[in-house]
Design a protein around this ligand. Structure first.
Ligand SMILES: [Fe+2]
Length: 295
Protein backbone atom coordinates (compact mmCIF):
# COMPACT_ATOMS: atom_id res chain seq x y z
CA UNK A 1 0.00 0.00 0.00
CA UNK A 2 1.56 3.26 -1.03
CA UNK A 3 1.65 6.08 1.49
CA UNK A 4 1.44 9.84 0.91
CA UNK A 5 5.11 9.94 -0.07
CA UNK A 6 6.50 13.05 -1.71
CA UNK A 7 9.71 11.63 -3.15
CA UNK A 8 11.09 8.29 -4.28
CA UNK A 9 13.89 6.83 -2.15
CA UNK A 10 17.36 6.10 -3.52
CA UNK A 11 18.92 2.73 -2.74
CA UNK A 12 22.63 2.26 -3.39
CA UNK A 13 23.40 -1.28 -4.55
CA UNK A 14 27.07 -0.94 -3.64
CA UNK A 15 26.07 -0.08 -0.04
CA UNK A 16 23.86 -3.19 0.06
CA UNK A 17 26.86 -5.23 -1.09
CA UNK A 18 29.20 -3.72 1.52
CA UNK A 19 28.86 -5.41 4.94
CA UNK A 20 29.73 -2.10 6.68
CA UNK A 21 26.80 -0.17 5.18
CA UNK A 22 24.40 -3.01 4.40
CA UNK A 23 22.09 -2.74 7.42
CA UNK A 24 21.54 1.03 6.98
CA UNK A 25 20.78 0.53 3.31
CA UNK A 26 18.44 -2.39 4.02
CA UNK A 27 16.37 0.03 6.13
CA UNK A 28 16.03 2.36 3.13
CA UNK A 29 15.05 -0.59 0.94
CA UNK A 30 12.51 -1.79 3.53
CA UNK A 31 10.80 1.60 3.55
CA UNK A 32 10.70 1.59 -0.25
CA UNK A 33 9.15 -1.86 -0.67
CA UNK A 34 6.76 -1.53 2.30
CA UNK A 35 5.51 1.99 1.83
CA UNK A 36 6.19 3.21 -1.68
CA UNK A 37 6.60 0.36 -4.14
CA UNK A 38 9.17 2.43 -6.06
CA UNK A 39 12.85 3.26 -5.66
CA UNK A 40 15.91 4.39 -7.58
CA UNK A 41 18.69 1.80 -7.62
CA UNK A 42 22.10 3.42 -8.02
CA UNK A 43 25.71 2.20 -8.31
CA UNK A 44 24.63 -0.90 -10.17
CA UNK A 45 27.75 -1.03 -12.32
CA UNK A 46 25.58 -1.51 -15.38
CA UNK A 47 27.00 -0.02 -18.57
CA UNK A 48 25.05 2.45 -20.66
CA UNK A 49 25.19 2.61 -24.45
CA UNK A 50 24.22 5.47 -26.75
CA UNK A 51 22.67 4.88 -30.14
CA UNK A 52 21.93 7.24 -32.97
CA UNK A 53 21.47 7.47 -36.71
CA UNK A 54 24.50 5.90 -38.30
CA UNK A 55 27.28 8.45 -38.95
CA UNK A 56 30.86 8.09 -40.03
CA UNK A 57 33.70 8.60 -37.62
CA UNK A 58 35.19 12.08 -37.13
CA UNK A 59 38.36 12.89 -39.03
CA UNK A 60 40.90 15.60 -38.30
CA UNK A 61 40.07 17.70 -41.35
CA UNK A 62 36.54 18.30 -39.96
CA UNK A 63 35.59 20.91 -37.35
CA UNK A 64 36.03 19.77 -33.73
CA UNK A 65 32.33 20.08 -33.00
CA UNK A 66 31.65 17.48 -35.67
CA UNK A 67 32.96 14.93 -33.15
CA UNK A 68 29.58 15.03 -31.47
CA UNK A 69 28.45 12.76 -34.28
CA UNK A 70 29.86 9.33 -34.95
CA UNK A 71 29.16 5.63 -35.02
CA UNK A 72 26.84 4.19 -32.40
CA UNK A 73 28.52 2.64 -29.41
CA UNK A 74 27.98 -0.95 -30.38
CA UNK A 75 30.30 -3.14 -28.35
CA UNK A 76 30.50 -5.22 -31.53
CA UNK A 77 28.55 -5.56 -34.74
CA UNK A 78 25.55 -7.22 -33.28
CA UNK A 79 22.61 -5.64 -31.47
CA UNK A 80 21.76 -9.12 -30.36
CA UNK A 81 24.97 -9.29 -28.42
CA UNK A 82 24.26 -5.93 -26.81
CA UNK A 83 20.77 -6.90 -25.76
CA UNK A 84 22.03 -10.18 -24.38
CA UNK A 85 24.66 -8.38 -22.36
CA UNK A 86 22.06 -6.02 -21.00
CA UNK A 87 19.58 -8.75 -20.10
CA UNK A 88 22.18 -10.97 -18.47
CA UNK A 89 23.63 -8.03 -16.50
CA UNK A 90 20.18 -6.93 -15.44
CA UNK A 91 19.20 -10.51 -14.52
CA UNK A 92 22.18 -10.72 -12.20
CA UNK A 93 21.37 -7.38 -10.58
CA UNK A 94 17.77 -8.59 -10.22
CA UNK A 95 18.85 -11.83 -8.54
CA UNK A 96 20.98 -9.88 -6.07
CA UNK A 97 18.22 -7.35 -5.54
CA UNK A 98 15.53 -9.88 -4.53
CA UNK A 99 17.95 -11.34 -2.01
CA UNK A 100 18.41 -7.92 -0.44
CA UNK A 101 14.66 -7.40 -0.50
CA UNK A 102 14.23 -10.69 1.39
CA UNK A 103 16.76 -9.58 3.97
CA UNK A 104 15.19 -6.16 4.41
CA UNK A 105 11.90 -7.94 5.19
CA UNK A 106 13.71 -10.06 7.82
CA UNK A 107 13.39 -13.19 5.67
CA UNK A 108 16.16 -15.65 4.71
CA UNK A 109 18.07 -14.21 1.74
CA UNK A 110 17.04 -17.03 -0.60
CA UNK A 111 13.31 -16.75 0.14
CA UNK A 112 12.38 -15.44 -3.31
CA UNK A 113 14.95 -17.40 -5.35
CA UNK A 114 12.50 -20.18 -6.03
CA UNK A 115 10.04 -17.75 -7.62
CA UNK A 116 12.43 -16.46 -10.27
CA UNK A 117 11.57 -17.45 -13.82
CA UNK A 118 13.71 -18.17 -16.85
CA UNK A 119 12.72 -15.48 -19.30
CA UNK A 120 12.79 -11.90 -18.13
CA UNK A 121 11.84 -9.42 -20.83
CA UNK A 122 13.02 -5.99 -21.85
CA UNK A 123 11.64 -3.39 -24.20
CA UNK A 124 13.18 -0.42 -25.97
CA UNK A 125 10.53 2.28 -25.67
CA UNK A 126 10.36 5.55 -27.57
CA UNK A 127 8.01 8.39 -26.68
CA UNK A 128 7.96 11.01 -29.46
CA UNK A 129 7.14 14.61 -28.53
CA UNK A 130 3.41 15.35 -28.28
CA UNK A 131 1.03 18.11 -27.19
CA UNK A 132 1.39 19.15 -23.52
CA UNK A 133 -0.30 16.69 -21.14
CA UNK A 134 -0.49 13.89 -23.72
CA UNK A 135 -0.48 10.34 -22.48
CA UNK A 136 2.68 8.32 -22.94
CA UNK A 137 1.47 5.32 -20.95
CA UNK A 138 -1.79 5.46 -19.02
CA UNK A 139 -2.05 4.83 -15.26
CA UNK A 140 -1.36 1.20 -14.43
CA UNK A 141 0.43 -1.23 -12.14
CA UNK A 142 2.95 -3.61 -13.65
CA UNK A 143 1.23 -6.93 -14.15
CA UNK A 144 4.20 -9.04 -15.08
CA UNK A 145 7.04 -10.22 -12.96
CA UNK A 146 8.49 -9.66 -9.54
CA UNK A 147 10.08 -6.25 -10.01
CA UNK A 148 10.47 -3.90 -12.97
CA UNK A 149 13.89 -2.30 -13.51
CA UNK A 150 13.64 0.79 -15.69
CA UNK A 151 16.53 2.62 -17.32
CA UNK A 152 15.33 6.04 -18.45
CA UNK A 153 17.07 8.92 -20.18
CA UNK A 154 17.16 12.48 -18.86
CA UNK A 155 13.88 13.64 -20.45
CA UNK A 156 11.53 12.61 -17.62
CA UNK A 157 7.78 11.97 -17.67
CA UNK A 158 7.44 8.96 -15.36
CA UNK A 159 5.06 9.76 -12.49
CA UNK A 160 4.09 7.69 -9.45
CA UNK A 161 0.77 7.96 -7.61
CA UNK A 162 0.87 8.34 -3.84
CA UNK A 163 -1.94 7.50 -1.44
CA UNK A 164 -3.08 11.12 -1.29
CA UNK A 165 -3.74 10.99 -5.03
CA UNK A 166 -0.79 13.18 -6.02
CA UNK A 167 1.39 12.27 -8.99
CA UNK A 168 5.04 12.34 -7.89
CA UNK A 169 7.65 12.84 -10.61
CA UNK A 170 10.27 10.10 -10.89
CA UNK A 171 12.79 12.73 -12.01
CA UNK A 172 15.65 11.01 -13.85
CA UNK A 173 18.79 10.49 -11.77
CA UNK A 174 21.79 9.78 -13.94
CA UNK A 175 23.15 6.28 -13.62
CA UNK A 176 20.14 5.03 -11.66
CA UNK A 177 17.56 2.39 -12.44
CA UNK A 178 14.01 2.96 -11.26
CA UNK A 179 12.72 -0.19 -9.59
CA UNK A 180 9.11 -0.91 -8.75
CA UNK A 181 7.10 -3.72 -7.23
CA UNK A 182 5.17 -5.69 -9.85
CA UNK A 183 2.07 -7.77 -9.23
CA UNK A 184 3.99 -11.03 -9.05
CA UNK A 185 5.84 -9.83 -5.97
CA UNK A 186 2.62 -8.37 -4.60
CA UNK A 187 1.01 -11.83 -4.90
CA UNK A 188 3.97 -13.63 -3.31
CA UNK A 189 3.92 -11.31 -0.32
CA UNK A 190 0.14 -11.56 -0.01
CA UNK A 191 -0.16 -7.85 -0.77
CA UNK A 192 2.03 -6.76 2.16
CA UNK A 193 4.35 -5.26 -0.47
CA UNK A 194 2.03 -3.95 -3.11
CA UNK A 195 2.57 -2.45 -6.54
CA UNK A 196 2.07 1.27 -7.03
CA UNK A 197 0.17 2.94 -9.85
CA UNK A 198 2.31 4.92 -12.28
CA UNK A 199 2.10 6.51 -15.72
CA UNK A 200 4.21 8.29 -18.30
CA UNK A 201 3.34 11.75 -19.55
CA UNK A 202 4.59 12.20 -23.12
CA UNK A 203 7.42 14.69 -23.64
CA UNK A 204 6.62 17.96 -25.42
CA UNK A 205 9.85 18.83 -27.21
CA UNK A 206 12.37 16.00 -26.88
CA UNK A 207 11.92 12.29 -27.51
CA UNK A 208 12.02 10.15 -24.36
CA UNK A 209 13.62 6.71 -24.44
CA UNK A 210 13.33 4.12 -21.72
CA UNK A 211 14.22 0.46 -21.26
CA UNK A 212 12.02 -1.47 -18.85
CA UNK A 213 13.23 -4.90 -17.76
CA UNK A 214 10.50 -7.15 -16.35
CA UNK A 215 11.91 -9.71 -13.94
CA UNK A 216 10.24 -13.04 -14.66
CA UNK A 217 8.28 -15.23 -12.29
CA UNK A 218 8.56 -19.01 -12.69
CA UNK A 219 5.81 -19.99 -15.10
CA UNK A 220 4.96 -23.35 -13.58
CA UNK A 221 4.26 -21.86 -10.16
CA UNK A 222 0.87 -23.22 -9.15
CA UNK A 223 -1.78 -21.52 -7.10
CA UNK A 224 -1.73 -23.96 -4.19
CA UNK A 225 2.06 -23.74 -3.93
CA UNK A 226 1.86 -19.97 -4.11
CA UNK A 227 -0.79 -19.84 -1.38
CA UNK A 228 1.24 -22.05 0.95
CA UNK A 229 4.41 -20.01 0.36
CA UNK A 230 2.59 -16.73 0.77
CA UNK A 231 1.14 -17.74 4.14
CA UNK A 232 4.60 -18.80 5.36
CA UNK A 233 6.25 -15.64 4.02
CA UNK A 234 3.65 -13.21 5.35
CA UNK A 235 3.78 -14.86 8.79
CA UNK A 236 7.51 -14.06 9.01
CA UNK A 237 7.39 -10.46 7.78
CA UNK A 238 7.44 -8.11 10.77
CA UNK A 239 4.51 -5.82 10.03
CA UNK A 240 1.42 -5.08 12.07
CA UNK A 241 -1.36 -7.66 12.15
CA UNK A 242 -3.57 -4.95 10.72
CA UNK A 243 -1.47 -4.73 7.58
CA UNK A 244 -1.41 -8.52 7.27
CA UNK A 245 -5.17 -8.65 7.69
CA UNK A 246 -5.62 -6.10 4.92
CA UNK A 247 -3.26 -8.15 2.79
CA UNK A 248 -5.51 -11.20 2.85
CA UNK A 249 -7.66 -11.68 -0.24
CA UNK A 250 -5.85 -9.11 -2.33
CA UNK A 251 -7.66 -9.16 -5.64
CA UNK A 252 -5.18 -10.27 -8.26
CA UNK A 253 -5.68 -12.06 -11.52
CA UNK A 254 -2.32 -13.68 -10.88
CA UNK A 255 -3.64 -15.63 -7.91
CA UNK A 256 -7.02 -16.46 -9.38
CA UNK A 257 -8.15 -20.09 -9.14
CA UNK A 258 -9.25 -19.72 -12.78
CA UNK A 259 -5.71 -20.42 -14.01
CA UNK A 260 -3.61 -23.54 -13.70
CA UNK A 261 -0.40 -21.70 -12.95
CA UNK A 262 1.34 -18.34 -13.12
CA UNK A 263 2.27 -19.01 -16.75
CA UNK A 264 -1.35 -19.33 -17.78
CA UNK A 265 -2.30 -16.18 -15.87
CA UNK A 266 0.45 -14.25 -17.64
CA UNK A 267 -0.41 -15.60 -21.08
CA UNK A 268 -4.04 -14.69 -20.49
CA UNK A 269 -2.97 -11.20 -19.39
CA UNK A 270 -1.01 -10.69 -22.64
CA UNK A 271 -3.81 -12.06 -24.83
CA UNK A 272 -6.43 -9.81 -23.25
CA UNK A 273 -4.13 -6.76 -23.20
CA UNK A 274 -3.24 -7.17 -26.89
CA UNK A 275 -6.44 -8.52 -28.44
CA UNK A 276 -5.33 -8.29 -32.08
CA UNK A 277 -2.20 -10.30 -31.41
CA UNK A 278 -4.19 -12.67 -29.21
CA UNK A 279 -6.77 -13.28 -31.92
CA UNK A 280 -4.13 -13.90 -34.54
CA UNK A 281 -1.80 -16.25 -32.68
CA UNK A 282 -3.98 -17.76 -29.95
CA UNK A 283 -7.52 -17.76 -31.42
CA UNK A 284 -8.86 -20.53 -29.17
CA UNK A 285 -7.42 -19.00 -26.02
CA UNK A 286 -8.53 -15.54 -27.05
CA UNK A 287 -12.09 -16.80 -27.34
CA UNK A 288 -11.92 -18.61 -24.02
CA UNK A 289 -10.42 -15.70 -22.06
CA UNK A 290 -12.59 -13.01 -23.59
CA UNK A 291 -15.67 -15.06 -22.69
CA UNK A 292 -14.36 -15.43 -19.15
CA UNK A 293 -13.74 -11.68 -18.97
CA UNK A 294 -17.35 -10.97 -19.90
CA UNK A 295 -18.83 -13.58 -17.55
FE1 LIG B 1 4.72 0.20 -15.79
Amino acid sequence: MSTAFSSIPIVDLSRLQDPKTKSDELAVLRNAVFNIGFLYLTKTGLEQFDFGTECKDWSEDEPFWQRIEGPSQYPNDSIKDLVQRYTSGMSEIGRQFVRFVAECLSLPADTFDTFLGEMSRMKLVKYPPAAPGSQGVGAHKDGIGLFTFLAQDSVGGLQVLNKAGDWIEATPIEGSIVVNVAQGFEAITGGVCSGTTHRVVAPTSTTRYSIPFFQAVRLNLELEELKRSTVAIVAKIPVSDDKKKRAVDVPSELISPLYACFGEAQLRNRIISHPEVGQKWYPDLYEKYSKMAMA
